[in-house]
Design a protein around this ligand. Structure first.
Ligand SMILES: *Cc1c(COP(=O)(O)O)cnc(C)c1O
Length: 378
C-alpha cells in the first residue's frame, strides 16, 4: 500500500527554508539600519514590482484591504455612490465599500469561471453607479476587455481587485494584453503570505497608470500628507514596512518562475483529472492567463463535502473558497439581499473545491493527489 503523504494547500515553509539564509540576513540588515518605517528600500521594492506590472505606478501599503480602501478614497467616491461588485469573493471587497458608506450593488458571477458576469453588470447600472470592482478570482482575470467597454460607455471607474492575480495578463478593449491590476483606473493587490507574492506578514499595493492618482494614493496612505505635518487630505496610516519590503524583494526574484511552475502543475492536474466524470476542471479563458492562486474544481452531484472528507483522510488538504457568498453573510444583511438572489454564486459556494497548489509540489505529491482523486469511490 502507498504511504499516506501530508500535503498542505500551500507549503510555504518549504520555500522559506530554501531561502532561509537570505531572509535572515536581510532582516538583520533592516534591524541594524535603524529605519523601520518609510525607508528607501520600500521604494526600491515598488520599483522592482513595477517591472512585473508593465511599469505601472506602484504604491505599497499595509495590506490588500487597505489598498482597496485607498482606491475608493483616491477616486473621491461619496457616501451613497453605488459600486457594482461580485458576491463571490473575500469579504474585503464589500467591507471597504460599506466602511466608506458607499452602496454595494452585487451582481451574479459567470458560473463557468467564477468571475463577475459583464451582462449582469450592465443590468445593474443606475444613475448613482460610480464604479465597478471586478475581482480576478483564483488568479484568472475577469473579462476586462468587456468590463472596460461598459465602464467607458457609462463613465464609470474600474477598480480591479487583483489580490489573487498578481502575474496574470489579460486582454483589453484595444486587444492589447496587460498585467491584471493595471487595466482599470486603479488595481489592488495583497502580499498576504499565501498570495502569489507573499510577505512574512501583511502587505499590499495599489497600481495605477495615472501619475496624479498615484501621488494622491501615496499621500492618502500616509495621513494625507504632502510634506511633513502638512495634511491636505484626510488619509489613513497604511504603509508597507521595510522588513516586509526587503523580504518581498528577495521573493520577487523567484516570482515569474513560480507562476510558470504553477501553470505546469495545473496542466498536469488538468491532464490527469479531465477524464474524472464526477468533477469539472477549471475553465481557462482565452482572454486571460492564469496565475493559479487556487486550482479550483467543481464537484458534481453534491459530492463536494464527501470528496473533501476523503482527501482529508488521505492527508490531502483542500479548501472551499468561498463557503458563503457575501450577500448571505450575517454582518451584511443591510444590503437587503436574500437566498436565491445570486444563484450562480450560491451554486459555486456549494460545489467548488480547491486542491493543493504551490510551485513546490513534488512530482510524487502531484501523482499522489491526482491518483487519490481519481480513485474516489463516490
Ligand atoms: C486576500 C484578498 C483580499 C485582502 O487582502 P489582505 O491583504 O488580506 O487585506 C482582498 N480581496 C481578495 C479577492 C483577496 O483574495
Amino acid at each position: 500500500m502507498q504511504k499516506t503523504l501530508q500535503i498542505p494547500m500551500v507549503n510555504l515553509q518549504r520555500f522559506h527554508a530554501s531561502i532561509e539564509n537570505d531572509l535572515l540576513s536581510t532582516i538583520q540588515k533592516v534591524i541594524l539600519s535603524g529605519k523601520y518605517v518609510k525607508s528607501d528600500n520600500v521604494r526600491e521594492f515598488e520599483e522592482q514590482l513595477s517591472a512585473i506590472v508593465d511599469e505601472a505606478n506602484v504604491i505599497s501599503c499595509g495590506n490588500g484591504t487597505d489598498a482597496l480602501q485607498l482606491a475608493f478614497m483616491a477616486l473621491n467616491l461619496q457616501p451613497g455612490d453605488e459600486v457594482i461588485t461580485t458576491p463571490f469573493t473575500f469579504i474585503s471587497t464589500v467591507e471597504v465599500i460599506a466602511l466608506l458608506k458607499l452602496k454595494p450593488v452585487l451582481v451574479d458571477i459567470d458560473p463557468t469561471n467564477f468571475n463577475i458576469d459583464p451582462k449582469e453588470i450592465e443590468k445593474a447600472i443606475s444613475s448613482k453607479t460610480k464604479a465597478i470592482v471586478p475581482v480576478h478570482v483564483f488568479g484568472q482575470s475577469a473579462p476586462m476587455h468587456r468590463i472596460m467597454e461598459i465602464a467607458k460607455n457609462h463613465n464609470l471607474f474600474v477598480i480591479e481587485d487583483a489580490c489573487q492575480a498578481l502575474g496574470t495578463i489579460a486582454n483589453t478593449p484595444d486587444e492589447e494584453y496587460k498585467a491584471a491590476g493595471t487595466i482599470g483606473h486603479i488595481g489592488c493587490t495583497s502580499f498576504f503570505p499565501s498570495k502569489n507574492l507573499g510577505a512574512l506578514g501583511d502587505g499590499g499595493a495599489c497600481f495605477t497608470r495615472d501619475k496624479e492618482l498615484a501621488k494622491k494614493i501615496r499621500s492618502l496612505a500616509n495621513h494625507g500628507m504632502k510634506r511633513p505635518y502638512d495634511h491636505h487630505l484626510i488619509g489613513i496610516n497604511s504603509r508597507l514596512d521595510p522588513i516586509q519590503a526587503e523580504i518581498l524583494k528577495i521573493k520577487l526574484a523567484y516570482f515569474t518562475n513560480q507562476i510558470e511552475r504553477k501553470n505546469e502543475i495545473a496542466n498536469y492536474y488538468d491532464d490527469q483529472l479531465s477524464s474524472c466524470d464526477y468533477i469539472n476542471i477549471p475553465k481557462r479563458e482565452s482572454y486571460s492567463t492564469h496565475s493559479f492562486h487556487q486550482y479550483t474544481l467543481t464537484v458534481k452531484d453534491g459530492k463536494r463535502d464527501k470528496l473533501r472528507e476523503y482527501l482529508k483522510d488521505n492527508g490531502i488538504a483542500s479548501g472551499v473558497y468561498y463557503p458563503t457568498p457575501l450577500h448571505l453573510q450575517p454582518g451584511y444583511q443591510f444590503m437587503g439581499y436574500q437566498q436565491g438572489d445570486f444563484p450562480h454564486a450560491e451554486w459555486a459556494s456549494q460545489n467548488v473545491l480547491s486542491i493543493p497548489m504551490d510551485p513546490w509540489l513534488t512530482q510524487e505529491e502531484q501523482h499522489y493527489i491526482t491518483n487519490k482523486i481519481r480513485a474516489f469511490n463516490n
